[in-house]
Design a protein around this ligand. Sequence first.
Ligand SMILES: Cc1ncc(COP(=O)(O)O)c(C=O)c1O
Length: 394
Amino acid sequence: MTFVQFDLERWQSVWEHRVRFNLSESGVHPMSLDELLEITDTDPTALSAVRLGYSQSNGTDELRAAIAGLYPGATADNVLVTVGGSEANFIACWSLLGSGEHVAVQVPNYLQIWGIARSAGADVTTFPLRFDRRWDPDLDAMRSAIREDTKLVVVTTPNNPTGHVFSADARRAILDRVQQVGAWLLVDEVYQGAERTGDETESWWGQGQEQYDRVIVTNGLSKAYGLPGLRIGWIVGPPELIASAWQRHDYTVICPSALSDFLAIRVFAARHPILERTRRIIRDNYQVLEPWLRSLEDLFEWQAPDAGAICLVRYRLGMDSIQLVERLREAHDVLLVPGAHVGLTNYLRIGYGDEPGHLRDGLAALKAGMTELAGTEPHASAPVSEPTGVGAGD
Ligand SMILES: Cc1ncc(COP(=O)(O)O)c(C=O)c1O
């Protein structure tokens, strides 16, 4: 078995707490426990009284019911509580994928499932999002990537790293194609609720669910809720898939933390103000990021993100993205995600969810680094070619 390293997470695991300016994050500045207790109106003594035993393995009934309430037609039997969206994606894939099975994954993407599938010996085909379509998927490429024998199709919307919310046309076309071949569809919706513009993105759960029940949604509290440290995620899917994923969860983590389950129940009771906090940070901070990007228009091209505290920029330097982020980290103490870690060349992902003052200082350091490199490195004057990325088309 070949193990495929998860380059993006490895890069962050090593450096994110060791740099002055971490602009590699995709979420907003996380809430403190004090803030969470206040916004959820929780008495701290109730938290202190939580017994630190093993919690209900698949999530307490109350928490699963609260999550099910977000998805039309779902009940607690459609829900498994996991340790982060990461575990949700991992055990959903483990339940579905075997060696040699075919998976179609949209890129650029958070390449967790891409890596899991390849590590499991699955046969992975990618289909691209297009910069010139504001990062909506290339539907012809999607239709040919999803084959008669495709077992699983994977999309992330709102998308990481582009911040794009797939159009209604793309949603319809993907659902149609998946149903045509009878594949499973996994939609990672972890940025749902973190919209910079527009309303909350509608879940793909329940879209044509009456006719077709091979749809799985994964999500969690890390991004839109600003609570990655609670490590709460979930899978919503048909009860048989949920039962099979729960069996895998016995191997991976047994159960979520009792403290996190307790707090997550309160989070759903205060969902509206919590999501409002996230959207306020994203809206306000984009006012800091956008003029900064404009001041570097000769170096950068970008599409304004719809959601998430992330902006993907195409740079016009003749330098590989990994070399570029290494130079910026070493010389300027700024951490960014290189395009190579999300399936692209010549791109950088800038996370802008930090506290505004720190964000401004980080952007100033990044500007100094980019300007310096622009003076010394070959400058690609025309926009670089469309991404091929992580084996796009392989
Ligand atoms: C699209 C996507 N899915 C899942 C995750 C994992 O999140 P967590 O395990 O913190 O919920 C991330 C983290 O960046 C992500 O971007």
